[in-house]
Ligand binder design. Sequence first.
Ligand code: FES
Length: 105
Amino acid sequence: MRSMSRVSAGRAEEWQDSEQRELEVDGQSVVVVRYEGEFYALRNQCTHKDVPLLGGEVSDGKITCAKHGGRFELATGRARALPAVKPVLIFKTAVEDGEVFVESL
Ligand code: FES
């Protein structure tokens, strides 16, 4: 059985809106985004080519891959703009006692 870890992403109040941070969860690089007060976490790898999503523009509930402009919905990981077609894996986020946690779904 795979061991599942739950990783702290720090205090919620220390995040700016639209801030992004990279975390490692179960050996995978994950990009955590605060957007309109909510926390989202996606695998930090575009599904078009092997390029990190970290640092991509966040707007309209989506993160844009800086390489070719593929866009992914933060909440679902669905690809919403070409050339990205396949969804990106998403992770679960939770805020407990003011601390943000990320874990595999
Ligand atoms: S590598 Fe992300 S859209 Fe091409």
